[in-house]
Design a protein around this ligand. Structure first.
Ligand code: HEC
Ligand code: HEC
Ligand code: HEC
Ligand code: HEC
Ligand code: HEC
Length: 367
């Protein structure tokens, strides 16, 4: 462990000195070099510096990362992307070698520093991320509402189609959720109006206003001046409406989101059993997340959560709801990145399922 840390430290210092223009003389200046080491240590302890993570080791056997994954899963791919003006969202046209993480140089290079506009899967480009634009290159998911619309085109809402498979928006798409309907990361039901960017307050809007760029952590003390009494992020509440109809509107906004999310899972299961006539169960960690619930116990057990048992009785209505369910699951902090967008997607998914099966919508309020 110690050796690995030292090795990484040396490598990172070399990188930072060479690439971000920290003068080599800083190493002779005790306070400068202490600060630098503090940054390096914070980064090493963060998910971005974790060489053992599945997010960076997934391709170790093949020893190269395809261009459709490399932008977000390697430093090389990310830098190639930012240096290609007009590049398509999330892809480059060549594979890269494994062995990098989100290294210092991903953010500290001239192209990333001057990056203004970031394209998303919906086709929209957003130029309001400020100095956090590079975060949005990777934290934007791999789909949009249009991906789902294209897959279900011409199909009957409640008829199982063998052509459909689950559409997974991918992990931690926080930049996309923050922008809401501007980039349509959720499946947006036709005829409904959705929240755009969650603008919050002027000096707490960009990613690094809240997240340390190196440890990636958010300091709760920066929140409690306004959100008094919050002991955790999940306690924060401003919205006065009782979204889940439980008679209280003072618990953290994360709570009604979690409640509606759990209700959506139940509604999905009911619909799958009654309309698609094939019980479904969800696993948060096994690809592709929705599986046949062969023993009908409501949970994806280890023997069920395997690819050959992936759910294959999708109807368009079920796919739309499951897509939104997964989105809310995969941005675990959607309650702070765009709480009302999450509530709208959950409400509309429940409402859609309620047109076919018995889902209790009484008391629910759409923001
Ligand atoms: C090159 C792609 C890339 C860039 C650029 C990037 N990230 Fe990440 N980020 C990732 C990956 C991949 C992970 C997961 C790493 C892991 O599993 O160890 C991650 C993890 C995170 C996490 C931790 C998530 C968790 O599950 O706890 C946070 C928070 C985060 N990033 C925020 C940011 C912020 C803020 C920025 C911009 C300052 C940023 N990221 C820039 C790819 C990127
Ligand atoms: C637009 C950026 C982006 C693209 C493109 C992308 N990913 Fe990811 N992926 C992420 C981020 C961000 C995470 C980390 C989420 C976290 O752990 O916080 C992640 C996580 C993962 C993980 C780790 C999941 C786990 O269990 O921890 C795997 C595996 C993965 N991606 C596979 C792929 C594959 C395969 C491709 C290409 C087909 C791909 N990704 C393309 C952004 C991307
Ligand atoms: C995910 C993007 C990202 C990564 C990776 C990253 N940084 Fe930074 N770094 C930033 C941002 C953004 C700022 C600017 C913060 C500000 O302007 O307030 C910054 C600021 C700095 C600063 C100047 C600010 C200070 O407090 O002295 C140094 C030095 C630095 N980074 C070094 C590094 C080193 C060394 C690494 C790798 C170990 C690294 N950074 C990795 C995004 C990143
Ligand atoms: C208003 C403050 C705020 C802003 C702005 C913000 N975040 Fe977050 N973010 C949080 C909080 C709070 C958490 C939860 C942290 C925790 O639980 O420790 C979080 C969690 C995350 C996670 C981990 C969640 C997961 O599902 O893996 C990622 C990744 C992330 N943020 C990325 C971003 C990116 C990228 C941006 C900019 C587009 C951003 N955040 C903007 C406050 C913010
Ligand atoms: C300067 C005051 C201020 C600070 C500091 C502040 N917030 Fe806020 N926050 C607000 C205001 C005002 C709203 C309502 C914004 C709106 O609905 O448009 C809000 C709304 C929220 C919400 C949604 C609550 C709901 O019920 O809809 C969350 C979550 C949140 N803030 C998280 C954070 C986090 C995390 C931090 C610290 C990183 C933070 N806030 C710091 C003023 C602040």
């Amino acid at each position: 462990m110690m050796r690995r840390t030292m090795e990484m430290l040396t490598r990172a210092i070399a990188l930072s000195v060479a690439l971000i223009g920290v003068p080599a003389s800083a190493q002779d200046n005790p306070s400068e070099s202490e600060r630098l080491i503090g940054i390096i240590e914070a980064w090493l302890a963060s998910p971005h510096g974790d060489r053992t993570s599945e997010a960076f080791t997934h391709w170790n056997e093949e020893r190269e990362i395809p261009g459709s994954c490399a932008v977000c899963h390697s430093s090389t791919g990310a830098i190639d992307w930012v240096r290609t003006p007009g590049a398509a969202a999330g892809v480059i046209d060549h594979p890269v070698a494994t062995g990098t993480t989100v290294d210092c140089v991903v953010c500290h290079n001239a192209a990333s520093a001057s990056l203004m506009s970031v394209p998303f899967q919906s086709g929209a480009s957003i130029d309001s991320f400020g100095s956090s634009a590079v975060c949005a290159v990777c934290h934007q998911g791999r789909t949009s509402s249009g991906t789902v619309t294209a897959a279900i085109e011409g199909l009957e809402d409640d008829v199982v189609s063998g052509d459909l498979g689950f559409i997974n928006t991918h992990y931690a798409p926080s930049a996309a959720t923050q922008m809401g309907t501007l980039v349509q990361i959720g499946f947006e039901y036709p005829g409904k109006v959705y929240k755009g960017q969650f603008t919050h307050v002027p000096n707490l809007n960009t990613c690094t206003d809240c997240h340390s760029p190196h440890s990636l952590e958010v300091n709760l003390n920066n929140c409690t001046a306004c959100h008094q009494g919050a002991a955790t992020f999940k306690d924060i509440r401003i919205s006065p409406l009782d979204f889940d109809g439980d008679g209280t509107a003072t618990v953290g906004i994360a709570t009604p989101i979690a409640t509606l999310h759990a209700r959506l899972e139940q509604a999905i299961q009911l619909y799958a059993k009654d309309i698609a006539q094939a019980p479904v169960a969800y696993s948060s960690h096994a690809y592709p997340y929705f599986f046949g619930d062969t023993n009908a116990d409501g949970a994806a057990t280890d023997d069920e959560a395997i690819f050959p048992n992936r759910y294959q009785s999708w109807t368009p209505r079920l796919l739309k709801a499951a897509y939104n369910y997964q989105l809310v699951a995969k941005d675990t902090a959607i309650y702070t990145h765009n709480p009302h967008y999450a509530l709208q997607l959950l409400y509309d998914s429940l409402e859609s399922l309620s047109e076919s099966v018995d889902v209790d919508m009484s008391g629910l309020v759409r923001p």
